[in-house]
Design a protein around this ligand. Structure first.
Ligand SMILES: Cc1cc2nc3c(=O)[nH]c(=O)nc-3n(C[C@H](O)[C@H](O)[C@H](O)COP(=O)(O)OP(=O)(O)OC[C@H]3O[C@@H](n4cnc5c(N)ncnc54)[C@H](O)[C@@H]3O)c2cc1C
Length: 433
């Protein structure tokens, strides 16, 4: 069972859902989608568009949209940081990645314009910032990559950043113009609210096991079964627990905290900055955001953890560290400023590539966005629905050109390896946490 904590500031910031249905009688379907986050909901919407007379069911172990899709930091990215490339081949592969990000942004833009969605969309760009002047080397190399691929960027000094962000913690930053900041909870809620009526959504309905029987797939839930002709797995951080691509992905648990909205005095004391988003130069550094409604969001952990739940007492420990991180950046803010802290599960692959494939006859999977799944998840959901319908698209051609995920060792070697790497990366990033 997936039990998420009820503490997420984004989810608690939108109205409570009603009319929740749980599966309690046997069903048959043409298409069953497992997982109702950005990926699964987009797959469902696209299937409904492609097939007017097929039976489509989507299930989720918890409430729809309350997995990583409602819990993330809300950066819809056009680029992710790299430390420069030593070969044209690598540059070409990075371009393929950014082509996919661009298609992801387009998918979301299309969705929000078609359904007039308010998700606090802000084309604010993003800052790759560091408190260590030595990191300039990394940013200069990254800038060379961006120049080659035609992305716009600027460098900012500590003084400039102090004025823009309201903190003098960062010594330098590279700003990229093309990223978007949004409210992830509002976005995924809109995807739920606009699901076509013909789709059956079952929530609090965990897929316990599944097996293929000739051309059909039998799926077992606590109080019922679904027999389906085709199945699409969109469970992202929970692919491995369902036995999907087990040697190609692994879950990581992240935690984040968000402050209450700053008071007028507090906001004035940091120079009234407009909404911004900072990403770390070192992978394990903190992601920090100032939201439209003057809250500060911080995410600074990534751990190998039991993916099913993080207890409140464990979240509390991480929340204390997140308070210290906020204090480092904004020393004038009071000690009772954090309003919510929560955990969320993401899926990783070894080489940061995504999973998008038919794994067997009538069985499809899309996931593993390595922490950048808002746009890519939405895109992959739509496109896996097209693939599962035996149709083609130019987007699928782009997706299939990407580097494929590479093999990972089995347990316990995998967890030992990942934990060691995370400790090493955390040590390297200790000033940025
Ligand atoms: C703290 C945090 C910060 C992040 N920040 C960003 C960011 O700034 N930008 C960005 O692009 N991405 C970010 N991400 C990653 C992003 O949220 C994910 O890549 C994206 O939400 C994946 O969407 P999804 O629909 O594939 O998966 P999810 O939203 O995780 O949906 C999967 C669903 O599957 C369900 N499920 C699992 N097992 C079962 C089962 N057995 N039966 C039925 N249902 C099941 C789960 O309940 C869940 O709702 C962040 C993630 C976290 C946790």
């Amino acid at each position: 069972m997936v039990h998420n904590d009820k503490l997420c500031g984004w989810i608690n910031n939108i109205p409570l859902r009603t009319n929740i249905k749980t599966i309690n009688k046997n069903e048959v379907s043409d298409y069953l989608i497992v997982g109702a986050g950005y990926t699964g909901l987009s797959a469902a919407r696209k299937l409904a568009e492609l097939h007017s007379n097929k039976k489509i069911i989507i299930v989720d172990a918890q409430l729809a949209g309350e997995g990583a899709s409602g819990r993330n930091s809300g950066y819809l990215v056009d680029t992710t940081l790299n430390d420069g490339f030593t070969s044209n081949k690598k540059l070409e592969n990075y371009k393929k990645k950014t082509d996919i990000y661009k298609l992801g942004i387009n998918s979301i833009k299309k969705f929000i314009s078609e359904y007039q969605v308010d998700c606090d969309w802000n084309e604010a760009g993003k800052y790759f910032a560091s408190s260590k002047i030595e990191d300039k080397k990394i940013l200069i190399n990254f800038a060379k990559t961006l120049s080659k691929l035609g992305f716009e960027y600027n460098f900012f000094s500590q003084k400039e950043l102090n004025e823009i962000l309201g903190t003098n913690f960062y010594k330098l930053a590279l700003y990229t113009k093309g990223g978007i900041l949004l409210h992830p909870g509002k976005l995924v809620r809109a995807m739920i609210d606009t699901l076509p009526k013909k789709i059956k959504l079952y929530e609090n309905s965990t897929l316990l096991s599944w097996n293929k029987n000739k051309d059909l797939i039998s799926c077992k839930f606590k109080n019922a079964n679904i027999i389906t002709k085709k199945i699409i797995f969109c469970t992202n951080g929970f692919l491995k627990t369902l036995g999907i691509k087990t040697n190609y992905n692994f879950p990581l648990t992240l935690t984040a905290s968000m402050t209450r909205p700053l008071s007028n005095d507090e906001f004035t004391s940091i120079g009234k900055p407009i909404e911004w988003g900072v990403l770390p130069v070192k992978p394990m550094g903190a992601t920090v955001r100032m939201t439209k409604d003057r809250r500060i969001l911080i995410r600074n952990t990534a751990e190998v953890f039991n993916p099913f739940e993080m207890k409140e007492s464990e979240i509390k420990k991480r929340s204390i560290n997140q308070y210290i991180s906020i204090k480092k950046r904004f020393p004038k803010l009071p000690s009772d400023i954090i309003e919510s802290s929560w955990s969320g599960v993401v899926s990783r692959t070894r080489n940061s590539s995504q999973i998008f494939e038919k794994i067997d006859k009538n069985i499809f999977v899309a996931g593993c966005y390595n922490g950048s799944g808002i746009g890519v998840g939405t895109l992959f959901g739509e496109q896996i629905a097209i693939k599962a319908s035996n149709q083609h698209s130019t987007e699928i051609e782009f997706i299939e050109k990407r580097i494929k995920p590479t093999w990972l060792p089995p347990e316990p070697f995998l967890s030992i390896g990942v934990k060691t790497r995370l400790i090493f990366e955390r040590l390297k990033a200790r000033s940025e946490i």
